[in-house]
Design a protein around this ligand. Structure first.
Ligand SMILES: *Cc1c(COP(=O)(O)O)cnc(C)c1O
Length: 362
């Protein structure tokens, strides 16, 4: 059994993906080009956002978004303490300070009620993460940001396809970033990512920054990076977009079935908060004795994964940004969370096997 089975998906789309890739091979254009522009148009239409800009990966998307708003040493950026490292490490890479706030105990997303206490005269931006495939309270976060003149950058690396109050993740904030890492809900066959915005000026800057700050050929208006999306990855994503709505529906059905069949156990299943759809980039539960639980499941050949075992403020690389704030929910969740196999092609028989194993392992 695979934790995320990408082979089943490939068997289904093999002909279309190979046709798309062959078109790229025949064209001789391997960086950016018409397939990337086509993908950007498909994504911007899908999300209902004016600009989608393909970049090298999700981490680079965050770096470029932060560079586009001129984040510099001395600036502070508010991030949740419970997320993947890249949400905060790109802030630090630019010499700015990630300021950790706690997550809420229901969605494990940034707790909007904790933001204002973390704002100082140096705060420039907030990066809410739509963790595991469900958005945080972006309306409240946007309102707080507007009140204090801050930019909101949604880290939508796990949530493309999710929506909140009928708007798509990636479309609700000044900037948003996503990842097309192979195991993400919308994944390519290597590294890939994108930035999203409705702001024409930011879109232009992001377009420059992803190509060395170049505004005209070999003329560099600002400092940039080499952050372009490969054409072959765009071709793969164009093919995957053709089945994406079906896959999102399957994810929702499988996630709901897990929650229903695990509801009588004493593990904590994911809650869908008001206004949201959840696309279960991960199906993650809380258990009391995680080490034993994982060991028990492994004996039954059920793979698991932990997203994430160490909250950011306890990571060696980021500890220096931690100043003894209270982050009890992040610490509690990090110590108990465990993810079960989840992908759109998980059939009921396999899922039943996982559920029975979970029940016996608890
Ligand atoms: C995957 C991920 C990233 C980084 O994306 P890459 O494409 O791997 O660079 C950033 N933030 C979150 C929340 C992620 O899950």
């Amino acid at each position: 059994m695979q934790f995320i089975d990408l082979k089943q998906q490939y068997q289904l789309i093999k002909n279309d993906v190979q046709r798309e890739i062959n078109e790229v091979l025949d064209s001789g254009q391997f960086i950016l080009g018409s397939k990337v522009s086509e993908l950007e148009a498909v994504l911007s239409k899908y999300l209902g956002v004016k600009h989608a800009i393909g970049v090298a990966d999700g981490t680079t998307a965050l770096q470029i978004a932060l560079m586009a708003i001129d984040i510099k040493p001395g600036d502070e950026v508010i991030v949740p303490a419970f997320t993947f490292i890249a949400t905060a490490s790109m802030v630090a890479l630019l010499g700015a300070t990630p300021v950790f706030i706690d997550v809420d105990p229901i969605s494990y997303n940034m707790d909007a009620s904790k933001i204002e206490a973390a704002i100082t005269s140096k705060t420039r931006a907030i990066i809410p993460v739509s963790l595991f495939g469900q958005c945080p309270d972006l309306e409240s976060i946007n309102a707080i940001a507007a009140k204090h003149g801050l930019v909101v950058i949604e880290d939508a690396a796990q949530s493309i396809g999710a929506s909140r109050n009928n708007r798509k993740s990636g479309s609700m904030t000044t900037l948003a970033c996503t990842s097309f890492f192979p195991s993400k809900p919308l994944g390519c066959y290597g590294d890939g990512g994108a930035c999203f915005t409705n702001d024409d000026n930011l879109a232009e800057k992001i377009n420059w920054i992803r190509v060395h700050g170049q505004d005209k050929r070999y003329h560099h208006a600002i400092i940039g990076v080499n952050g372009r999306l490969d054409t072959i990855q765009a071709a793969v994503l164009l093919s995957k977009m053709r089945i994406f709505d079906k896959e999102i529906a399957a994810r929702q059905e499988i996630g709901a079935r897990y929650s229903q069949l695990l509801s009588t156990t004493n593990c904590v299943t994911p809650a869908i908060t008001q206004g949201n759809t959840h696309i279960y980039a991960q199906y993650s539960i809380l258990v009391d004795d995680r080490a034993k639980f994982i060991e028990n499941l492994a004996k039954l050949n059920i793979p698991t994964s932990v997203h994430y075992p160490i909250p950011l403020h306890m990571q060696p690389a980021l500890k220096k940004y931690y100043h003894n704030q209270q982050l009890p929910v992040s610490e509690f969740v990090a110590s108990r969370i465990v993810s079960l196999p989840m992908h759109p092609y998980l059939d009921h028989a396999t899922q039943d096997k996982i559920i029975n194993a979970v029940i016996s392992a608890l």
